[in-house]
Design a protein around this ligand. Sequence first.
Ligand SMILES: Nc1ncnc2c1ncn2[C@@H]1O[C@H](COP(=O)(O)OP(=O)(O)OP(=O)(O)O)[C@@H](O)[C@H]1O
Ligand SMILES: [Mg+2]
Length: 518
Amino acid sequence: MSSAAGPATSIDASYYDTDKILRQAAATFFDHLSEMCEGILLVDSDARLVWINDRYERYLGTLGFESRDEVIGRPIEEVVPNTMMRSVVETGRPILIDVIENPTGAFVVSRIPLHDDEGRVIGAIGMILYDQIDSLKPILGRLSRLQTELAAARQQLARQRRTRYTLSNFVGNSAAALNVKSRARRAAVLNTTVLLVGETGTGKELVAQAIHAASARASRPFIAINVAAIPETLLEAEFFGVAPGAFTGADRRGRDGKLALADTGTLFLDEIADMPLALQAKLLRVLQEREFEPIGSNRMRPIDIRVIAATSVDLGQRVEEGRFRSDLYYRLNVLPIRLPPLRERRADLEALCEYLLEQLALEHEMLPKELDADALALLEAYDWPGNVRELRNVLERACSFWDGLRLTGDAVAAALPAGFDMSRQDDRPAAGPDRVTEPGKPLADDRLRPADDAGAHVEAHPLPLPEQLARLEREAIAAALRACGGNRAQAARRLGIARATLYQKLAAWPDLATDIGD
Ligand SMILES: Nc1ncnc2c1ncn2[C@@H]1O[C@H](COP(=O)(O)OP(=O)(O)OP(=O)(O)O)[C@@H](O)[C@H]1O
Ligand SMILES: [Mg+2]
């Protein structure tokens, strides 16, 4: 018998013990809490103050009361300004951590609802966890500044990764232009690799951005990498990124490459023909396997990107010369889009000029200028080796030194590269009535003159040699770019320097890069 009753009794006892232990634990916990906190108060289900602990009493003076009896029974808002206790009682939801500010100071507080056995809210407990918040102010201030900076940096990054152009920015209604737009639209929905082929300044970057913007990836990143502009030794790291601790002395935290940044979005590979053969093999692997390995990591990372590649040289010929892998070429050439040079779509010149003059007017906050018929005729006769970019530069130059609202043939002739149409050059006015001729300022027509009269400067106040050399270098580059209609590859060849070197130098002179329409 006793053996049958034994286990039953022991179950009851353990149940009782647990219950007792729980109650004991709650009481002890409450005592500790009461000691640890700066003050505790309790409200009932009507949010009336029913109890405060001894430590809370020291705040009563600053709250405008003399004794505990004065506050007990009052609605909580009458005692503590800005309190959220009523909301906790009404919603039954705790506010585990919060900062309350009222005329008595700023406090870190916690508010927890109290329930009866049926789960009804019978009141709430409010605890002041910390009342020395003023001593945290410098840290909080710094934190909030850092947060603001972080938010601004994130926004800027997101802006950079968004595209600026849509297909409506590709101006032109000639058959050639319409063909580009219709192929680009098809490419946008197909999610396949696209190869943009065209001379410098024909709008390859514009179309790449537009395809991304019209695709399902539009809200995802658009990451561009100019293969020609990055020295070969850095290209691989730029592409694949570096795993944390990959090299001694390298950034310990590692760095994401463009592939990782473009994940779920579009990777634009500009000047793909300049990619070294070793990297071509690696890129092919990425396109085939849809995974890559950051430098110094031994783990493959899956990746979901659409690749848009661009080239201004004939990739097929590069393949024949053994400078470009044929397997990569076929992989990229799934959907080629040829961007016609401007001279093949002269019918679009007028619309392009109108669009570009409007853009320039917006940028320079002036009224848009219009083109005279003879100005247009002159533009139509020119060959445009630098294509739309060069057209934009010529128009910008013409606007900069032509005061009137109509750009005449003379204005355009003066803005076109020297050497074009010699017959017209002779009758360029030295200073027509419309020219901007600020006293003491040379005519803008002398655009081939050194950027800032370095020669004159040298004689009057000799500059240190490195500075003089830098000026000369800048002039030489500016002149080469002008002579090549902004085509950097040609300019680099003309100067006898590597293309990457030219890009590096241009990075040091952003104004020069802008000048040629970057
Ligand atoms: N069809 C077009 N309509 C309007 N603007 C255009 C058009 N094509 C090009 N542009 C403008 O011309 C300039 C050069 O275009 P973009 O940079 O896209 O050329 P690109 O082919 O990438 O040249 P590059 O090979 O030199 O890098 C940009 O300012 C672009 O907005
Ligand atoms: Mg480009």
